[in-house]
Design a protein. Structure first.
Length: 117
């Protein structure tokens, strides 16, 4: 069964944890949008598959395993949201862009709405 960002909601409950990990590990930064916000000195980063966001206009509501492609100073604080207190929004955004992630202002609006900013 092929897993893509277009069909992940449909197949998520039918695939194993190992199959999910395989899918995430097969992706690259170019497959993802990101947006940053800051709340009480903590920089939060939303990351979502581009195709998923284009279809649903929201974050994926499950954990996404991206340790192989994100900076090691980011830690997952909730589904599709990573955080750091050691780096500024600008530093995080620059690092993610340098890796190949695409910043998306529409995603930023979505995250601000979801987190009550």
């Amino acid at each position: 069964m092929e897993i893509t960002w277009e069909n992940i909601d449909e197949v998520y409950s039918k695939i194993t944890h190992e199959q999910r990990l395989e899918f995430y590990e097969s992706t690259s930064p170019q497959d993802y949008y990101f947006a940053t916000i800051e709340i009480d000195g903590e920089v939060m980063v939303g990351i979502v598959g581009k195709d998923y966001f284009e279809m649903y206009d929201t974050l994926f509501d499950q954990s996404i395993y991206l340790d192989h492609i994100i900076p090691d100073y980011l830690f997952e604080s909730m589904e599709s949201i990573w955080s750091t207190v050691d780096f500024s929004r600008e530093e995080v955004a620059e690092d993610l862009k340098d890796l190949g992630f695409t910043e998306n202002k529409q995603l930023q609006t979505c995250i601000e709405s979801l987190l009550g900013c």
